[in-house]
Design a protein around this ligand. Structure first.
Ligand SMILES: NC(=O)c1ccc[n+]([C@@H]2O[C@H](COP(=O)([O-])OP(=O)(O)OC[C@H]3O[C@@H](n4cnc5c(N)ncnc54)[C@H](O)[C@@H]3O)[C@@H](O)[C@H]2O)c1
Length: 283
């Protein structure tokens, strides 16, 4: 089988869990040497160990500019180069159903973690990649920014910022052979996607997620539950030379959710309409 990332050195932020972990696995399978950057030392180190000599872990807080500079230097020192930067770490911030209940108290934390981190890391990596005349930078956005809706407005704004920054960076860094793209995942069952409910054990939480899944799939044309590796596979493509002519794109990997409303959704609406008409004796 082809090793699509043979010889490449990649950084994956937020690589200890969830989508980042899925990308780390796919990158390593495809022959990349990978630096896993995360706050979770135990999980990050364990993952790096499981991948053998081709992976390293560095405790990194992406909200800290100094940590990001140290991360880029670490990859270059450990593996002699940097070809791919996957800016994936992120946080949702506090969940408030209604906007007027949200005091935006975590604005700085969410923006620093989700957006400023992408901007600083892109610059630090870009300064290195410019000297080589090539590189691939991939950012994790979200369909939450492609289809704004109720709740988590700061998160949505941070991801919208990523989308614009991705295109700005692609336009400006293209002349150095640096490609910059973003992936907008749909709902992927990870720790972040499953807001912990006080009093529920891990197993009960898993049961709840499984129970909710059929309802969630109503809005998704593909009836397959997304997996971190689905995002990892797209990141791998964008990291690889197969994507040599792709830059400045925000690519949804969402089972088709943003393609449009499903028939089932429409039927649910129709059912409510018919119930009402029946209740007033019009059908
Ligand atoms: N899961 C989804 O449905 C979904 C959908 C759209 C976008 N996303 C985005 O995907 C990315 C990954 O989320 P996930 O769902 O895999 O969540 P996750 O909680 O499973 O993983 C997030 C990882 O990031 C790490 N992390 C958090 N803050 C960090 C920081 N300041 N510095 C370094 N590492 C940090 C965590 O320790 C964890 O390992 C995020 O940017 C998120 O916004 C997720």
């Amino acid at each position: 089988m082809a090793q699509e990332l043979d010889g490449k050195v990649a950084i994956v932020t937020g690589g200890a869990h969830g989508i980042g972990r899925g990308a780390v696995e796919v990158f390593a399978e495809e022959g990349a040497r990978v630096v896993i950057a995360d706050l979770d030392v135990e999980a990050g180190e364990a993952l790096a160990r499981s991948l053998g000599g081709n992976a390293r872990f560095l405790r990194t807080d992406v909200a800290r500019k100094d940590d990001l500079l140290a991360l880029i230097r670490f990859a270059i020192t450990e593996f002699g180069d940097l070809d791919v930067l996957f800016n994936n770490a992120g946080m949702p911030g506090a969940f408030h159903q209604r906007l007027l209940d949200d005091g935006f108290d975590d604005f700085d934390a969410v923006m620093n973690t989700n957006l400023a981190s992408v901007m600083h890391a892109t610059r630090f990596a870009g300064l290195h990649m410019r000297t080589k005349g090539r590189g691939s930078i991939i950012n994790t956005s979200s369909i939450a920014a492609l289809e704004p809706s109720y709740a988590i407005p700061t998160y949505r704004a941070s991801k919208a910022g990523i989308n614009v920054f991705t295109r700005c960076a692609a336009v400006d860094l293209g002349e150095y052979g640096i490609r910059v793209n973003a992936i907008a995942p749909g709902g992927i069952p990870t720790r972040m996607n499953s807001l912990p409910i006080p009093g529920l054990s891990d197993d009960e939480m898993k049961g709840l997620i499984a129970a909710i899944e059929p309802a969630r799939l109503v809005t998704q044309p593909l009836k397959h539950t997304g997996d971190p590796r689905d995002i990892g596979n797209m990141a791998m493509f964008l990291a690889s030379d197969r994507a040599a002519h792709v830059t400045g794109q925000i690519i949804a990997v969402d089972g088709g959710v943003t393609a449009g409303e499903t028939l089932k959704q429409n039927e649910l609406f129709g059912q409510v309409r018919d119930d009402y008409l029946r209740s007033i004796g019009k059908v």
